[in-house]
Design a protein around this ligand. Structure first.
Ligand code: OAD
Length: 234
């Protein structure tokens, strides 16, 4: 089976009612990124950071996977599908996708602020000041903040290098290193971009954009792949 690697961003969850970051009215219009999503923000005001992610966690928990998440899960019947997501919701998993790599962490997990090895499932629960790991350190969201390393970059790069098709859905490709994954797509491997706004993958020599919302765009892309015989060729 062909290997399809999909890079998703906030736009794929927009039809589930979750805000994107940089669209008009997006999260970064309402919150100062440097007050909630930087490692320095955590040092400066833990309560503010926890509140921001407690709200995000509840919203994500109450959201349902949409047609785009479901279509990607169903695509596993036709191809090997690896999803690399910048999203911190778990809508891909809840739709049934088997191979999901989170680049920026997960809302439904918490970790110790000092001991990386302590990492637990918290479901939809809030994290509060005073919630401690067994060795006494404050719990923090399992989110990769600006200024922190992205531990899953290496496995993500390896997935992209083995892709027979690379699909980008609902990301402005403005945040690095995630956006640099485009650099690792092999020559002659097609890149599809699904986004209602113009997105210009900086290093991609050729790509095809489906200028649609995620659910309509993925349906169009899959139809095109079926018509071209992509799934039946080795
Ligand atoms: P952005 O908010 O930067 O970009 C969202 C993209 O989704 C834009 O290109 C929109 O045009 C597109 N979009 C909007 N509605 C859509 C829909 N219905 N269907 C498909 N696409 C749609 O979000 P990301 O690129 O995901 O990181 O942001 C990357 C990172 O920046 C996030 O992971 C987060 C943020 O700061 C951290 O907080 C560490």
């Amino acid at each position: 089976m062909k290997h399809i690697v999909v890079l998703t961003g906030a736009g794929i969850s927009a039809e589930s009612g979750l805000s994107t970051f940089r669209d008009k009215g997006g999260l970064w219009d309402d919150y100062a990124i440097e007050e909630v999503a930087l490692i320095h923000a955590w040092t400066a005001d833990k309560e503010k950071v926890l509140n921001f992610y407690n709200i995000r966690r509840k919203e994500a928990f109450n959201a349902e996977p949409n047609g785009a998440h479901v279509a990607l899960a169903s695509l596993e019947m036709k191809a090997n599908v690896s999803i690399i997501t910048q999203n911190v919701d778990s809508l891909h998993e809840r739709a049934g996708s088997s191979n999901v790599l989170h680049l920026h962490g997960r809302l439904d997990r918490a970790k110790s602020e000092f001991n990386e090895r302590y990492n637990i499932d918290i479901g939809s629960d809030d994290i509060r000041i005073g919630d401690l790991c067994p060795d006494g350190h404050q719990l923090r969201p399992d989110i990769v903040w600006f200024g922190e390393e992205v531990p899953n970059m290496l496995p993500a790069i390896n997935l992209v290098k083995s892709a027979d098709l690379f699909i980008v859905i609902g990301t402005s490709l403005t945040v690095y290193p995630a956006a640099s994954l485009l650099d690792y797509v092999r020559k002659n491997v097609a890149i599809y971009v699904i986004d209602p706004s113009d997105v210009h993958p900086m290093y991609a020599a050729h790509y095809k954009q489906f200028k649609q919302k995620a659910s309509a765009g993925i349906d169009m892309a899959i139809k095109e792949l079926e018509n071209s015989g992509f799934f039946s060729t080795i």
